[in-house]
Design a protein around this ligand. Structure first.
Ligand SMILES: [Zn+2]
Length: 92
């Protein structure tokens, strides 16, 4: 039982994430700590679009997850917006 805690689906893999752990970091960006995809930042206006893109393009989900995992830690978190996803798409 999860009690009253609210969750939000990860825009990449649909895993339910505790809403209290998702943080607004400023500049229209949300921080998502996904147990499957690991930590990433996403541009808010792109949040609704991303799951649609993932449905549309086979392999995109894995590409994004790989990019997040390969992103060096210590600096800025991996940031996802339309430009980043388009770039990844061209590499599929
Ligand atoms: Zn995820």
């Amino acid at each position: 039982m999860k009690g009253d805690s609210m969750t939000k689906p990860c825009p990449i893999c649909d895993t339910e994430i505790d809403e209290s752990k998702i943080m607004y970091t400023g500049d229209n960006t949300d921080f998502y700590p996904c147990p499957t995809c690991e930590n990433f930042d996403i541009y808010r206006p792109y949040l609704e679009e991303l799951p649609k893109e993932i449905k549309k393009y086979r392999g995109l989900k894995e590409k994004i997850q790989k990019a997040i995992k390969e992103h060096p830690t210590g600096g800025n978190r991996y940031f996802i917006d339309r430009t980043v996803v388009k770039k990844l798409l061209f590499e599929i």
